[in-house]
Each structure stands twice: as C-alpha cells, then as structure tokens.
Design a protein around this ligand. Sequence first.
Ligand SMILES: [Zn+2]
Length: 454
Amino acid sequence: MNTTNTDASFDLVIYGARVLTVDPLLGEIPNALLIIDKGRILNVSHYDSQIPLPKAKQTLDLSGRVITPGFINVHTHTILTMVRGVAEDMGFAPAYTPGVPHGHDVSEEEAVALARLGAAEALLFGSTLINDSFVHADLTLPAMGELGMRVITCGRIHDVDFTRVHQGIWQHDIAIGERRLEEALALHDRWHGKMDGRLGTELAAHAPDTCSRALLEQVVNVRDRHGIRVNGHLSQSVKENQRIAEREGMTPTELLDDVGLLGSQFTAAHCMYVTDSDIEKIGRSRTSVAHVPRGNATGGRIAPTTQLRAAGANLALATDNMHGDMVEVMRWALIMGRVQESAITDNWQPHHVLEMATMGGARALGLEDTLGSISEGKLADLVVFNFQRPHLVPLIDALGNLVHTAQGRDVDMVICQGEIVVKNGELCLADQDDLLDQAQRAAENLWARAKAQI
Ligand SMILES: [Zn+2]
C-alpha cells in the first residue's frame, strides 16, 4: 500500500522493509516501521500489522526491500570521472600523469557537467553524502547539491605549481597557497550550511608533496581560527614519500604530525606507504583514514587497514575517483583485508565494512551525532535496495548478500533528509539524459585538448 494523505501527522511512514540500522542498540530489524518527519527519523521499531499505521502525508509499503543508512563517501573527485576507463591503467593519480586532462585545464562549464555526473552516479548508488575536492568548487558545490544529496567540498589547497607536477617538477609558491586558502574561506562563508544544511565545506590540503610546510602550518591556523575540518592525501605513493624525504628528511606522516595536522579533525586518504611508527602516530592521534580499497588495489597496493584500526584510527570508506559505487567498495575492503591476513578472521566481517561506509564516514566528518545510522533523532538519510533479483535471492542474511553480491545499481530509492531524491533507480531532481550528454561533451572536449598538448 503506497498512499498519500494531506490530513496527516507525519511526513513519511515506511513499513515492511528489512532494516540494517547500523545502530548497535537496534541491529537488524526484519520487518520495520520507520516514522519520518521534518527530515528526521522520529521512530524506528518492529512493525506490528495488528496496530494501525500512524497517519502520514506519504505511506510506503517496502516489503521485500532492504534499507541501510545512506552511504558516506569521504573522499571523491567527481570531476575526475573525465579520465575513467583510461587513467586506471596509466600507473598513477591523474594529477601526476602526463597526457590526460588536468584540473587546471577544466573550464567552469566542464567542471559543473562532470561534477554532476560523478555526484549523480554516487547518489544513484546510495551515497547520500560525498566529501569532494577539486577545482571550481564554488560552482560545483551547488550544482551537485541540486541533485538532493549532501555535499561537502573544497577546491584543492596547494602551493605547488600544478601545471608542472605531471612533468615531475615541484615548484612551490606560497602566493598560490594563500589564494587557495582565501578561496576555501570564501567558499565556506558562502555555502557552508546552505540548502537546508546539506552543503558543507572542509579544507582540502591536497598532499604533503604539493603543500609546503609553511602552507600546511597556515592550514592548521585557519582550521583552529574558523573551526573547519581538514582532509588530504597521505602517503599515496612512493614518489610522495621520496619527495618529502628529500625536502624534509622525514615521512609525510611525520611532517603532518610536526605541523599539528594529524588528529580527530583530519581525514587522511590512502595511507598506503606508511611505516609502523607512522601507523602508531595516525592511530594515537585518532586521525580518520579514507580507505580506497578498490581504487588502490587497481594500482597494485593497499593500506594496512587492520594495523591502522588496531592502532586507533577511525576507518572510513571512499571511492576516490573513476567510480562511485560504495557497495563495491565495501566488498573490496573486506576482500583485501582478508587477502592481507591470508584468512577469514574476526577483523574482516560484513558488519565492519558496513560500519565503515556509514558511521565511520560520519565520524570522519564530525557528523556522528546526526548521520551514519538509522536511529531515532538522526537525519533521515536512507537507501532502499531491491533484493528481488536473482543474485540477491535467497534472502537469508541481508547483510551477507549486501556485502558479497549486491551492487550500487540494486538501489531502488534514496531518501536524503526525509526527501525522496531517487525513485525506481532514477534521479528525481535532474534530467539524467541531459546530464549524461553534457558530461560526455565536456570529457570529449577535455581529452581533445589534452591530446593536442602532447
Ligand atoms: Zn584523491
């Protein structure tokens, strides 16, 4: 029974679905009743068909469906969808690779078209929040937010001349860094908390090798003065480690520790080439790690996640670039954790990776009190999966099916802050064909210009 009612007490009532709450007190509810009002979850309980449903503007019977909290993807560069299908096989991150389109090549219009593509893909696959960073953030942030999801973003903060990094030249100019920091603050003043609180900003300190020590110190200063959280890449490559060893005589983690960046206000992406002492520093400081298992495994390396978690780091999940499927990322995190341990152990079970994709992400962004689980009082960010598909039957253990065989494209409906923003697997607030056309055109133009420069 799906009904709408104008004479009602609540905005939305959902019943009949199996709900994986990720709330330790609630666990999995096989047949749940959810009451949602003004964007928040008012009630999560077992559905009793003997008791009349509460009155609501909209009532959804989601029998046979599986609901999870919205996924929180803590590290993305949506514009880099432009290099997917190519850059995965070129050896390294696009910014360091010659012959591909780069951030400084992207026009405002192209940035918006490609950001909307990456954001739409993430949302359709169940991410209700992405933490993005790249170029033209002032335009891409509202453009992505208009799809109905939560977006936190920032332009890349660096003081290296990015037009030369892919040629292997690191030339720092603090004036570039100061401009990027001013832009980040202007972005924060203009957009943080807008669109009913769905938009936010962080400080994206790009990486230890693209930021001078002086710039990193300024980032710490701005963080403390303005209360803005920081994210960045950390030990993403041997090249980065070598560069920091030459420049500073230490590891990238030691540099970030030295300037005061490590800690619960910081999310470090990758952390692949870290020493035992680095792991201890990351863990002790309660730094969050944006683990990118699929993207990194494609490049042949993976972060030492079991050790990082044991040391005290908060583990969250991310797609980084080229794709936006957090279901696949959960699976890769579990599989790669087991490959590292050469066994199935208690360290890597489905509940660990679902926690990383939801509460781990919320913690990394300082939003654990309002997002990350289906709990009373939290914001209503929900993903509804259709498990009535051959690869998801029999439904004996929903969490097992979700992590081992489901895909992002099994998402049927996405609810963000109580609003249905994806229905029947399609965007509710944008024309998907138009969005795809514009992204395709932008990418073709960028590739044509990149090839002309070789
Ligand atoms: Zn990245």
